[in-house]
Write a protein that binds this ligand. Sequence first.
Ligand SMILES: [Zn+2]
Length: 311
Amino acid sequence: MGMRSLACLLMTCSLCLAVPASAEGTALSMREVAPGIFVHQGLHQETSSGNHGDIANIGFIVGEHCVAVVDTGGSAEVGSRLRQAIRQRTRLPVCHVINTHAHPDHEFGNAAFATDKPAFVGHQRLGAALQARWPHYRKALARELGEQQAARTAMILPGQSVTGEMTIDLGGRELLLRAWPTAHTDADLTVLDRKTGTLWLGDLLFEERVPSLDGSLKGWLAVMRDLRQMPVRIAIPGHGPVTDDWPAALDPQERYLQALQNDTRAAIKASKTLADTVAQAEHAPASGWLLFDAYHRRNVTTAYTELEWEN
Ligand SMILES: [Zn+2]
């Protein structure tokens, strides 16, 4: 009998029966991808009680004076486990929590850092995006992980907003934050560690898992052209493995988005309705992308509504 089961018996704790086994209380596994830069790679899954919202890449950067967190995971529990991973490595304070965009798998862990009193930082439109979507995101979290888990999180609006570019100094380590025009979402932010040439892309880059479009298809393709020009040695996508193959790491996603644009434009030109175009997308080949069935048709819907007005 494991310690957990023993504890359940001793406590006759109803919660132990209701909550599936999790790694609550243990630090997240991290990989140091460059000196002082630690990444936890999330699973290629939808949020569920089995993964506790641990589905996105999150991590932290250690300077001489303090630590910056980049995204916090899909639940307060994941955020808390990330915080433990930081505490295992350094006693320096957490001075910044940076969110790359508003999607719940990247920011529901923010609440775990509230006691550190960091500056919460995001794109100038992040606050508005969170306010507009929070009730919906909160409801989905309660449905997926239970009310108890949902009650532990809280909407934390950014105290520092980035318009254009902003530099953060962690002590001997400068981070260049850049707010992008609408692409994956309308509040995408990247973080470049100048010292090592490591770029955190948030969901401006998906690897292995099919990209999800929640902003602008044409905008995303344009942003990717600019990203290619950046001096990147190590790229950290929002989902999928960290890579040093830059800018080639952008190629599969660019091919997918370009094909989405071409096919949708062709359907509109052929006077196909949105419903017909989406129905046809059901038969599209996944071409190796994970979670393709869950997102491709949604992407076609978003692309169609954007592109039907372009002429
Ligand atoms: Zn996202």
